[in-house]
Design a binder for this molecule. Structure first.
Ligand code: F0G
Length: 499
């Protein structure tokens, strides 16, 4: 039988702030399920020495102001108080990329001035995550009518998803506080990431995933990194319920995104994005929505940069859901986020097959404070968008492709102008779910009914993108015939495009 541990709280410059009742507690005072004991809402990490909250009650729309940032005891390599001024951090953060130290090379920890929650940096567990590329998408941009369209590809992280940036943060806290076991319920990416970071730290991990509903790439990672992997005969939301009971009964540290330290790591993608655009922010950032934590993590990142004077405005942050897993879309369009009802979730984008997202209030707060929108997209729209991103030589998993599909809708509604700079947040690598891609190219992904429901233009576009592998006799003639046909096809498509 596992014993409950008594944990000591390291002295760090952070507090946890309840987004519902505004209660402030120390990090180690959080309940095992990270819900407020007073009102049941989630927490956010605050840094009173760095940033103060100027509207503590109405915390759905956080307003932050910089405190005396020069009092921060960081960065170690900068020395004088002069070097601690936020303007100078930009230079320090950039310079760290050339360092040989793992902490500096991490695209999360090189921004550690904005993550002062570890008592001792030697407890950090890192796989040198982050520092992900920002790619220009000229062809997708042209087809949507947005010239400056970019993809911030968080799938280019060590385990192939954005989860690594949050995992290095929250698992480091578990490590520092002396936990042996960590656990999560997952649609596959959180579990892959948790298993890898736990293994790096020499810790044990417990994974709860819905049986038969996790892409193979992700399941294989959890096994490869040595997690105790339980496939429960339920969906993601059912796994979350089982885990909520488990964390009360066993000394396992919960690493789902209700853990506020996850979001601290994930917010660094916002800092990287601002840095990559020379501290100008894009007009619009488009994010997939599942459990709805990542949109608010990015929003928190931008709000903090603004409060510190490192950027002078916020991007709109819009959240896109799959039609079959759309509780935020329903809540936003019907009740402006004031009421929320879970749904039973169905979508082939298995990463976001979530009907009862834990962080919906945080996501509503970010839609409100940045002026973003929430949209939903169909299975056909997701499949087409994924193939278009693939055809740019970039690729992503289906859940990430909702961003491009959503952008098309927002542009058609007039919410996105031709001159705007738009960034799609691609959350997972294309190799996470190769079965989806192969089914698409073999014409087996969509049902006949789904195909029939598409408009003719959409169907034509899809046919032009799909390219099934061909089995041939091993002769040059056979391959020449295929090559000739492909050349012919392409010239016909080009002629049709030119009209
Ligand atoms: N994209 C991918 C590839 C994901 O894996 C997830 C979530 C999301 C988007 C949605 O992010 O939950 O912050 O709104 N995956 C979780 C998991 C739930 O268990 O891997 P969110």
């Amino acid at each position: 039988m596992m014993e409950k541990q008594t944990l000591s709280e390291p002295t760090t410059a952070h507090r946890l702030h309840c987004i519902g009742c505004g209660a402030e507690i120390a990090g180690a005072e959080a309940a095992e399920d990270f819900r407020c004991r007073e009102c049941g809402n989630l927490f956010e990490v605050d840094y009173p020495e760095l940033l103060v909250r100027t509207s503590s009650r109405d915390s759905n729309s956080p307003t932050l102001a910089a405190n005396n940032a020069a009092r921060m005891g960081h960065p170690a390599d900068a020395g004088s108080a002069e070097k601690n001024r936020p303007e100078l951090w930009k230079e320090v953060w950039n310079r760290r990329r050339l360092s040989r130290e793992a902490l500096d090379r991490s695209g999360v920890w090189r921004f550690r001035e904005l993550l002062p929650f570890m008592a001792d940096e030697r407890n950090v567990v890192t796989l040198e995550e982050g520092n992900t590329p920002l790619y220009h998408l000229p062809r997708c941009g042209k087809s949507v009518g947005v010239e400056q369209l970019f993809a911030k590809h968080q799938g280019m992280n060590p385990t192939g998803s954005f989860k690594d940036t949050g995992m290095t943060a929250a698992l480091s806290v578990a490590h520092e506080r002396g936990f042996e076991w960590v656990a999560c319920a997952s649609t596959g990416n959180t579990s892959a990431s948790m298993a890898a970071y736990a293994a790096r730290a020499g810790m044990r991990s417990l994974v709860l995933i819905p049986e038969g509903k996790v892409a193979w790439g992700k399941l294989s990672q959890s096994l490869d990194y040595g997690a105790v992997t339980c496939q429960l005969k339920t969906d993601f939301d059912g796994c979350v319920s089982v885990l909520a009971e488990l964390v009360r009964r066993a000394p396992v540290y919960l690493l789902n995104s209700v853990n506020p330290y996850r979001l601290e790591g994930q917010k660094t993608a916002a800092i990287e994005l601002a840095e990559a655009l020379d501290w100008q922010v894009p007009d619009h950032l488009i994010v997939p929505g599942g459990n709805l934590a990542n949109s608010s993590a990015l929003g928190k990142g931008f709000l903090e940069l603004q409060a510190l004077g490192l950027i002078d405005r916020l991007p709109r942050i819009s959240v896109i859901q799959a039609e079959g897993a759309n509780p935020l879309f329903l809540s936003w369009t019907q009740h402006r986020g004031k009421e929320f009802s879970p749904v039973e979730a169905h979508t082939r984008a298995s990463a976001i097959r979530i009907g009862n997202p834990a962080s919906w209030k945080k996501a509503v707060g970010i839609l409100e404070s940045t002026g973003g929108w929430c949209e939903q997209v169909s299975e056909q729209e997701i499949a087409l968008a994924k193939a278009e991103i693939g055809a740019e030589g970039i690729g992503c998993e289906p859940a990430s492709a909702v961003t491009l599909a959503g952008l098309k809708k927002l542009a058609a509604q007039g919410h996105v102008g031709k001159q705007e700079t738009v960034v799609l947040l691609l959350t997972g690598h294309t190799l996470k779910d190769p079965e989806y891609t192969i089914d698409f190219h073999q014409g087996k992904l969509l049902t006949a009914q789904e195909t029939a429901a598409m408009d003719p233009d959409q169907r034509k576009q899809m046919e032009a993108l799909a390219s099934a592998p061909q089995v041939l006799e091993p002769t040059a003639e056979a391959v020449m015939r295929v090559l000739d046909a492909a050349v012919q096809d392409r010239s016909e498509q080009d002629r049709a495009r030119r009209g």
